[in-house]
Write a protein that binds this ligand. Structure first.
Ligand code: R5P
Length: 331
């Protein structure tokens, strides 16, 4: 796959440079030069170090963490807009604040909507992410927005394991649609856990709807943060007679003692993507982790956007001959 460098530039924020480098390798280009610095008081400075007037630019930044990554992203978009880029596609592999997508109690913020507003106000002309916490978040944007899915990667991975009786399990009611997508791809059943929380980060009780007896259960979630949700769900699945339990998760935040919990959990394997970057030494502390790269998925989507090609094949359950293969853009 090779993009025509003079007209298309891919810029990286600081949050996940290894992923952006990998995406650029797929596209046959180098990341565009961007000067990103901190002033001594902590303020962020961003300046593209090449002229981009009239160009199609992509800026890639996951917005995990409280505020640094999102603020840096906004400043990059603003700089690109003021430098007269023609199109600015903002690629946010992990879109932070997505869990605050509605009011569940009075006086709460809908922070996900506000994040969408400020990304647009900064100057984004298109938005792309992977496995948004809720598909409806796409509607928070009034610019074209695409919600890619890591399900294709999980499908290929679990097919290669030749599990005898897989069952996809959603750890909560909100993840049922996501679980259905993977269950259709693997032609297997789904089960659902119903969890109750009294505090934001604590799961209180959990019940299973569906059958897992003697099966290889694959828990599928969008986010692993403290690991509490998945640990509780995995124990319940073993209690209900599952033969073994796997997990596949789109975004690994791994906060506090999450990886220690995973080490002492019943999981056979925990499959997660590299949408959020972590030091290799940190990930190596959990031998049960298997990291799949979303770089080919994002590179394919970027290529298709540049070529005005359909994106539907990147979303759908197909791995046709052109998907994730190298392409040559016409000169
Ligand atoms: C919640 O609705 C999400 O889909 C995840 O289940 C949740 O964020 C996981 O958090 P934790 O790992 O802290 O239980």
């Amino acid at each position: 796959m090779r993009l025509h460098p003079p007209s298309v530039v891919v810029f990286s924020g600081s949050s996940n440079r290894p992923l952006v480098q990998e995406i650029c390798n797929h596209l046959g280009i180098s990341p565009g030069p961007m000067d990103i610095r901190r002033f001594s008081d902590g303020e962020i400075y961003c300046r593209p170090m090449m002229h981009i007037r009239g160009k199609e630019v992509f800026v890639i930044q996951s917005t995990n963490g409280g505020s640094e990554n999102i603020i840096e992203l906004l400043i990059m978009i603003d700089a690109l807009k003021r430098a007269s880029a023609e199109k600015i596609t903002v690629v946010v592999p992990y879109f932070g604040y997505a869990r605050q997508d509605r009011k569940t109690k009075s006086r709460e913020s809908i922070a996900a909507k506000m994040m969408a507003n400020i990304i647009q106000t900064a100057g984004a002309t298109r938005f792309m992410s992977i496995d948004l916490h809720a598909g409806q978040i796409q509607g928070f944007f009034d610019i074209p927005s695409d919600n890619l899915t890591a399900a294709l990667l999980f499908k290929n991975y679990f097919l290669s394991k030749h599990l005898e009786h897989p069952v996809i399990v959603s750890p909560d009611m909100g993840g049922v649609e996501r679980a259905k997508v993977l269950s259709r791809m693997l032609h297997c059943d789904i089960a659902v856990c119903q969890k109750n929380r009294t505090e934001t980060d604590k799961v209180d009780s959990i019940h299973l709807i569906g059958e897992v007896q003697g099966k290889s259960a694959i828990l599928m979630d969008d986010i692993i943060s403290t690991g509490g949700t998945l640990c509780k769900a995995s124990e319940l699945l073993m209690e209900k007679g599952a033969k073994e339990v796997y997990a596949c998760i789109s975004h690994g935040l791994f906060v506090s003692d999450c990886l220690e919990k995973m080490n002492s959990s019943v999981f056979t394997e925990i499959v997660v993507t590299n949408s959020v970057d972590h030091p290799r030494e940190f990930l190596q502390t959990c031998p049960k982790l298997k990291i799949l790269s979303v770089a080919p998925l994002i590179a394919e989507a970027i290529f298709r956007i540049c070529m005005n090609m359909s994106l539907s094949e990147v979303f759908d359950d197909i791995s046709g001959p052109t998907l994730f293969k190298d392409h040559q853009l016409p000169e």
